[in-house]
Design a protein around this ligand. Structure first.
Ligand code: NAD
Length: 361
């Protein structure tokens, strides 16, 4: 396998995505850096950050580390404002570097804080969950919550570098690895590359420990990179990455409203199956896609349906989503693997598919 980094190109600076051990940290810390402030998920073993600290000490670069509890709370106003406070206490200047060592929640919240600190301070991302490796840390989208609405505030702020070290997945609980597979399967479905056929047909492609092989991981990352390169600021093509996410966000919000929690990957998994059903309802999908998608998602143990739903509440949550334009919700509808369309759909159709979903559960 080629060790060349993947590249996201941008007029304000490219982002290199390396698959390598953190022990090669020296390779990617640019000259002229005045200080390094690391935000580390407190579930990552401490020794993982040692190479970062050692490089800074060798080069005489001031190094600070803040441990954070990963999770959605970080994206609430208190959570991300605290991150900005820490940046202030560290007197981080524009030549400093913010490093995120954690999952998608740290990437979104710290990435957002870095994007507004001095109107944009460079950052480096070290994803530690599968979901962040194949999706959240790739592409520079940051997001935080407001008024109980998920990801309502955000920015585009590409990290300078992303270091994907698979060995960091060793401590990630199996259930969290499973969540990452939702985005990995989404990438496979969107691309119709050999990756999809490999996952569907190769008995060894999905191992029991749910840690993907370097080849599978790199293929999934490449799908995201190529879509982002076509449309960095989500003015068109990139919208297809929302496959499954329209319903997913509403279900996640519903869960919170009911005092429970629905993990993001599970919500996306249910959302993808829903989108395939909706595509069928709209006459653009095919009969065979729903069972095919369900089979693949179930192979990794992801849920593909919800229990009873308060459909009016789900519709209300759907309409508070940022994917509405002029009050109209946009859906990513799978036509075939490698071919989706993004369009508005009448509420009555959405309701009908939700009602059928409830009957089938
Ligand atoms: N910006 C984007 O483009 C994008 C894309 C997809 C998802 N997201 C966001 O990502 C978030 C979900 O990301 P996530 O699933 O990585 O969640 P997360 O960051 O909440 O991490 C999940 C859990 O795993 C723990 N953890 C992280 N790394 C670990 C490790 N190596 N060992 C042990 N425990 C570890 C965390 O403490 C947390 O409890 C959501 O907020 C979602 O909105 C963003």
């Amino acid at each position: 396998m080629s060790l060349n980094p993947l590249l996201i190109q941008s007029s304000t600076g490219d982002c290199k995505i390396h698959m390598q051990s953190l022990h090669d940290f020296d390779l990617w810390l640019p000259n002229g850096v005045t200080s390094v402030l690391v935000f580390r998920d407190n579930k990552i073993p401490e020794h993982c950050s040692t190479p970062l600290q050692a490089t800074c000490e060798e080069r005489g670069i001031p190094f600070k580390m803040e441990n954070l509890q990963g999770g959605e709370g970080l994206k609430d106003p208190k959570g991300w404002q605290n991150i900005i406070e820490v940046m202030g206490q560290a007197s981080l200047d524009r030549a400093g570097r913010v490093v995120v060592m954690g999952g998608g929640s740290l990437g979104d919240a710290v990435g957002f804080a870095a994007s507004v600190w001095h109107r944009g301070t460079p950052w480096l991302a070290i994803p530690t969950t599968l979901l962040a490796m194949v999706d959240a840390h790739i592409g520079g989208k940051t997001a935080v919550h407001q008024g109980g609405v998920k990801n309502r505030i955000g920015s585009f702020h590409l990290p300078e570098q992303v270091i994907v070290d698979r060995s960091l997945l060793a401590t990630l609980p199996l259930e969290e690895r499973r969540q990452g597979w939702a985005e990995l399967i989404k990438a496979a479905w969107l691309s119709d590359t050999p990756l999809l056929h490999q996952l569907e047909n190769d008995a060894d492609a999905i191992s029991e420990d749910l840690i993907p092989s370097p080849e599978v991981l790199r293929s999934a990352m490449s799908v995201k990179v190529s879509i982002v390169n076509e449309d960095l600021h989500e003015s068109g093509r990139r919208e297809i990455l929302n496959l499954g996410h329209t319903l997913a966000h509403a279900l996640e919000m519903e869960a919170i409203r009911n005092g429970s929690f629905l993990p993001h990957g599970s919500a996306v998994s249910i959302g993808m199956v829903f989108s395939a059903r909706l595509a069928k309802e709209c006459g653009v999908g095919s009969d065979e896609h729903v069972p095919r998608l369900i089979q693949l998602l179930q192979k990794v143990g992801l849920p593909t349906n919800m229990g009873p739903l308060d459909i009016d509440q789900v519709l209300k949550a759907l309409h508070s989503d940022k994917k509405t334009r002029g009050g109209q919700l946009r859906w990513v509808l799978p036509v075939n693997p490698g071919n989706v369309i993004v369009d508005t759909v009448e509420s009555s159709r959405v309701r009908r598919v939700l009602e059928n979903l409830e009957r089938d559960s």
